[in-house]
Each structure stands twice: as structure tokens, then as C-alpha cells.
Write a protein that binds this ligand. Structure first.
Ligand SMILES: O=C(O)c1ccccc1N[C@@H]1O[C@H](COP(=O)(O)O)[C@@H](O)[C@H]1O
Length: 217
């Protein structure tokens, strides 16, 4: 199973992910996030991480800004985590591979949510809908899981990242989910705040332990 560790802010921890051979390192390009990458690292530092796949996470950014960061930081993937339209995703997907993130609330119809994006992006990501919408920090990094049962009868039709509050204690739950038909398209697990000692600072021992556990599946 592939792993994406998101919200990286420390160069030494990016180095550690590379050494652990973690598939994806997520860098948040949303200035209102406590994990805003450019508050801690320069674009040149980010560009110089060459072995890990770098995922740039954007929230309602402009096309020019996204393309600029893709080039400056040599990103491999762009994760659109805001309210981006299918048309917007399509324009970015003409330039770089796009992961569209969907924030899932209880009773959401996931098939309906993803329907218009099916032909407009490369992969999906399912995260938890924050409880308070509209506030600055309510797009991601909630540390809360959504109801994975909502994916059970969905033909996702694209590789997807499972995200939202996944933590060190979820190994057994992830394993159980992987036995479900809905996990056929599960491409990678995405972890973030549950592995932190403070926003943007990961407990690398916990990351390493979790990665070893899920690689054994
Ligand atoms: O983490 C953030 O601060 C953030 C801000 C804006 C958009 C996305 C953000 N994080 C994304 O949220 C998921 C889930 O995080 P968690 O496990 O619930 O803490 C993570 O993958 C980030 O891509």
C-alpha cells in the first residue's frame, strides 16, 4: 500500500520520508493553513527533494499560481482541496496530474459528488468535511475520519487516496476496509495531523511504524 504524508514543513523530515521510501510527500500551498509549506521552506529547497513524489495541495488558488508552484518546486501531482469546478480541474489537468479532493459529510452521496469530475482529473481523494464551513482553516487537516461506509456502494472509477484523520491506531480498520470491494480503486493512504507533535511537525517514528504496518498488508 502506498502512503502520502501530508503537511510537511521541515526539510529534515522530508529527507527522512525519502530515506523511508514513502511514496508521496504532501506540501500545503494554502497560506491560511498552519502547515503552509512556504512559511518554512523555500521553493528551491522543495525543488531539491528529488526522490519522493511531491504533491502540492492548493485551496481555490489561481491557475497561474498553481502552474508557477508546479514549475518552481517541480511538483509531480497537484491536489485541489477547495471548491474547484470540473472545468478548473480540467485546465490544470492539461498541465499536470490532478487529484481532486472531496470533503465528505454524513449522508453525502459520493457518486453524485464525483460524477462531474470523472473525466476532468486523474485521481480522487476522500477527506472529512469539517463541521464549520467558511472559516479559514476548515478545508482539511481536521484529524477526523468520515464514515468509510459511504464509499461501499460507489463505483469510484478512478484511483483514490483515502484521507481524513487516519492515525497510528487505524491499522486494523484500514486492513478491514481493504477487504471491501470499494477498496479495489484505493491507490494510497493519506495521513497528516494524527501523526503530528504540533501542526506541520510529524512524529517520524510513528510514521515509520505505520508505513511498515501497512506495507505488510
Ligand atoms: O492540513 C491542512 O492544514 C490543510 C489545509 C488546507 C487543505 C488541506 C489540508 N490538509 C489535507 O487534509 C487531509 C487530511 O488531514 P487529517 O489527516 O485529517 O489531518 C490531508 O491529507 C491534507 O491533504
Amino acid at each position: 500500500m502506498r502512503l502520502k504524508v501530508c503537511g510537511m514543513t521541515e526539510p529534515a523530515q522530508m529527507d527522512a520520508l525519502e530515506k523511508m521510501d514513502v511514496t508521496f510527500g504532501g506540501l500545503i500551498f494554502y497560506p491560511k493553513s498552519p502547515r503552509y509549506a512556504l512559511r518554512h521552506m523555500t521553493t528551491l529547497q522543495i525543488k531539491n527533494f528529488k526522490t519522493i513524489n511531491k504533491v502540492g495541495v492548493f485551496v481555490n488558488a489561481s491557475i497561474d499560481e498553481i502552474k508557477h508552484m508546479v514549475d518552481e518546486c517541480r511538483l509531480q501531482l497537484v491536489q485541489l482541496h477547495g471548491d474547484e469546478t470540473p472545468k478548473f480541474c480540467e485546465k490544470i489537468a492539461d498541465y499536470i496530474s490532478v487529484v481532486k479532493a472531496f470533503r465528505i459529510a454524513e449522508n453525502d452521496d459520493v457518486s453524485y459528488k464525483i460524477r462531474d469530475y470523472m473525466d476532468m482529473c486523474d485521481m480522487f481523494l476522500f477527506d472529512t468535511q469539517p463541521l464549520t464551513q467558511g472559516a479559514d482553516n476548515t478545508y482539511g487537516g481536521t484529524g477526523k475520519k468520515f464514515n468509510w461506509d459511504l464509499l461501499k456502494n460507489v463505483d469510484v472509477g478512478k484511483p483514490y487516496f483515502l484521507s481524513g484523520g487516519i492515525g497510528p491506531d487505524d491499522v486494523a480498520d484500514v486492513h478491514a476496509f481493504m477487504q471491501e470491494p470499494a477498496a479495489k480503486a484505493l491507490f494510497a493512504l493519506d495521513v497528516n495531523s494524527k501523526f503530528e507533535t504540533s501542526p506541520g511537525v510529524k512524529d517520524m517514528h510513528k510514521v515509520s511504524q505505520f508505513y511498515n504496518d501497512i506495507k505488510a498488508f
